[in-house]
Design a protein around this ligand. Structure first.
Ligand code: PLP
Length: 289
């Protein structure tokens, strides 16, 4: 079956995208008051479904939306969306907003139903651990100007959008972000890893970055199935610039090699051997998550 992406889920119904209608008073629209997830699926096989759902539940709890009050079999909904859209290489976007109120007032309204929306979009074919086929990313760097709850996967993404857009305007693929201490946080839509002398390092989880599901799966796989040293610790931008390899991770991209930062080569400017090893292991074990 060919991939199509026009059937969506909205508040209990599967319907064509153009028939899906929302109130303009929805707080997702007015305030960016919601939580979302993107779950990858290849030929009907999901990667990291439970981790994504757990993160969504934690995000909803953090912003005071009662996950348990939403009566929905999430797995069945996601599976059906994949079937309706042809089982190709799909990112499944799942979104819960606080719902539509009758007035615009900042405080959480009582007794409104959350809005649940999901759609499928096409993602690239499963990445393979082949240096000749991998896309090399060029990135720029910027001070992270986002809010202080970047651990919450909020639909309020204007900060991320601005950082990503600056990269587009500079002709690069992503923007690496650093805090006031000149330490790496993440990228505008990815987590970041660096490799130095066969040690794989990524910033520790705190409120400055999203607890990426790909990050979690990759760390677990490397610890279980490789002899590489793996560290979660603060990384200075000087370390980023002198790293042997730099990678980005996200659900729709898996592990992406970065070969240029601010127009300067990373390491020898080529895709690294450790990237190849990591992507091969990720490919081998990702469906166990
Ligand atoms: N960091 C940010 C800001 C993101 O938006 C994303 C994904 O969209 C990630 C990291 C990677 O998270 P995951 O691996 O769960 O897709």
């Amino acid at each position: 079956m060919s991939t199509r992406t026009d059937i969506v889920y909205l508040n209990g119904e599967f319907l064509p995208m153009e028939q899906a209608k929302l109130s303009p008073m929805d707080r997702g629209f007015l305030f960016g008051d919601g939580i979302y997830e993107v779950i990858p699926s290849y030929s009907g096989q999901l990667v990291g479904f439970n981790g994504h759902m757990q993160r969504m539940q934690e995000g909803l709890t953090a912003i005071g939306i009662d996950f348990s009050a939403i009566s929905l079999n999430w797995f069945e909904m996601v599976k059906r969306l994949i079937e309706e859209n042809g089982r190709g290489n799909l990112g499944i976007y799942v979104h819960v907003s606080r719902g539509a109120d009758v007035k615009r007032f900042h405080a959480f309204p009582v007794n409104i139903q959350p809005t649940v929306f999901a759609f499928a979009f096409e993602i690239p074919p499963e990445p393979v651990a082949d240096k000749t086929k991998a896309k090399q990313f060029s990135v720029q760097t910027e001070q992270d100007t986002r809010w202080r709850h970047c651990d919450i996967k909020s639909t309020s993404l204007l900060g991320n959008v601005m950082h990503f857009q600056h990269g587009q305007e500079a002709g690069v693929d992503e923007t690496l972000l650093y805090n006031e201490q000149q330490e790496l946080t993440e990228a505008s839509a990815c987590n970041v890893f660096v490799v130095k002398a066969k040690t794989v390092i990524t910033p520790p989880l705190d409120k400055q970055l999203l607890p990426g599901i790909t990050r979690h799966i990759l760390l677990d796989i490397l610890r279980k199935h490789s002899t590489l040293t793996v560290e979660e610790r603060a990384i200075s931008m000087n370390e980023v610039r002198s790293a042997d390899e730099v990678w980005l991770t996200s659900s729709s991209k898996e592990i992406v090699p970065v070969t240029k930062i601010d127009a300067l080569p990373v390491g020898d400017g080529q895709i690294g051997d450790i990237w190849q090893q990591a992507q091969a292991l990720f490919t081998q074990y990702k469906y166990e998550y």
